[in-house]
Structures are given as structure tokens and as C-alpha cells.
Design a protein around this ligand. Sequence first.
Ligand code: SF4
Ligand code: SF4
Length: 298
Amino acid sequence: MINITNIEKFATHDGPGIRTTVFLKGCPMHCPWCANPETQSIHSVFMYTASKCVACKACINHCPSKALSFVNGHMHYEQTKCILCRTCENVCMQDAISFNGENWKEEDVLEEILKDKDYYDASGGGVTFSGGEPFVQFSSLLHLLKMCKQKNISTAVETTGDVPFERIREAEPYLDLFLYDFKHLDNIRLKKVTAGNGKRIKANLTWLLKTCPDKVIVRIPIIPGFNFEEALLKKTFHYLQDLGVKKLHLLPYHTLGKPKYEKMGKLYTMETSMMKEEELSSYRLYAQDLGFDVEIGG
Ligand code: SF4
Ligand code: SF4
């Protein structure tokens, strides 16, 4: 079984052509700007939309574990008491409660992927496994990758790179594309803000670039207050150039994931203004001059 949050059809930003993107749960990093915070935990996540709630208390009254209550007019959820029976979700007539993450059989996920095979074949697309960090549920991921390859489906993974090397090595023959995040050059700063292991991310990237350089696109999320500094970005480009990176995507900071934080009862600690693509134009030119094939977004 594999725990996923969503299967997105006709995705066009997670690799070439028309794709199906499968979002897997679990991530070793905790980036405060994460657009999919509900995927960070490997467990199902309670989501509550206050604006839909009419305070009827049906969920509270039916919860067998007394995990829900109103505290000062706000819904309070105690994860340690919750047995994930989903009664609250079912009794809420306002659709104010949902749980994010569901266990699927790998074969059922494959069936969903196969439904759009004609589109992949016509557009040069395929399937992308995203998250979260898809390598966290490794045995399921590998099983799916092998099945996709047997069906001649092109495969991609969106990865933090912060995963055990053996998993990268074992999965590589079944992957056509690694969309590889590179968030910060400084391991200490990376660790402090995201809990990520920069040494491991760099080592895995180095191996991939030696083994299959044409399969790697490095993506840098550009985050104000974290890595959006001219000297740092230029130094990062030079570092990636030395490693042998050919394709680079610069991803401007956006706030599209913000409403999810509210639903999860979490505070969104980042800036609320989105970046404009034009803010990265000079960096695109700089990277192009270094020989990178560069895209903004992607
Ligand atoms: S899933 Fe079940 S135990 Fe958890 S809060 Fe809802 S009703 Fe209570
Ligand atoms: S059942 Fe739905 S509408 Fe009623 S209190 Fe619970 S969340 Fe609010």
C-alpha cells in the first residue's frame, strides 16, 4: 500500500508533455514555504475549514475518541487521541472536515496512471511522482516505477535529494527524469531553516550527474529571506556548473499553499507577497551565460 494525497491529471509543470502527477506522503524536510504542507507527514492529516463550519458540533458529538472540541470558539483537534475513523468527516454536512492522505494499492495507482497513456504518448509526457518526498515510501515507489516501465510509461520524480543514496541508486534505472531541488548552498543554513541534510543532497546530486547527467534538471526555489541574494545565487550557479548540471529551473516564490496551513491549524510564517518572474530575469541571463539551459518556473 502507498499513502498518497492526490493524483493530478493533465499536469504540465512536472516534466515534459502531458503528465499524471502522484503526490506521496512523507518528507524529511520541513520548508516553511512548502506548497504542499499536508504531504510532510507520512500520516493522514486533519484539515478543517473554519469558514464552512456552522458550529453544529456533530463532529464533536460523534467522535468516539473525544479528539475534537471547541476552545474559545475554535475547533481543537488532538492528534494523539484520534484513531482516524473519519466519522467526523462523514457526519459534517458542511464539508468542513477532511483528511488528507489515503492508502492505495500500487496496482490501483497504476490503473489511474494508465488511463491517460494515449496523452503521454502523443505529447511526450508520462508520470511524475512528487510529494512530499517520494523516496520516503521507497518500496511502493520502486514497485510503481517498475510497473510503469513495463507499460512503457515515461517516469519522473520530484525529489529533495535528501534521501539514502541506495534508494537513488536502485531507482535510477527505472527513472527517465530527476527534477532535483537544490535549495541552499550552505549546509548549515539549509539545516537550520528546512531540517535538510545538505551534505547528502550534494552527494546524491554528484552521483546522478556522473551516472546520468541528461536525466537531471536542477530546480532552485527562489525564496526571499532565504536564498534570494545575488552573491549567493551566483555562487550557487557556479557550484552547479562545476558539478556538470546542464538544465536549471528557477522557481519564483509563491504563496499558493498558504490556505492549506490554515486548514491544518498551522501558522504560515513566510512573506505573503508572491515573486514576479521578471525579478529573476537577470539571474536567468547570468545562468545562460554560464551555459545552462534555463527556465523560470517549470
Ligand atoms: S477521525 Fe474519528 S477519532 Fe479522529 S477526530 Fe474524527 S471522529 Fe474523532
Ligand atoms: S460537523 Fe462540521 S459544521 Fe458541525 S461543528 Fe463539526 S466541522 Fe463544524
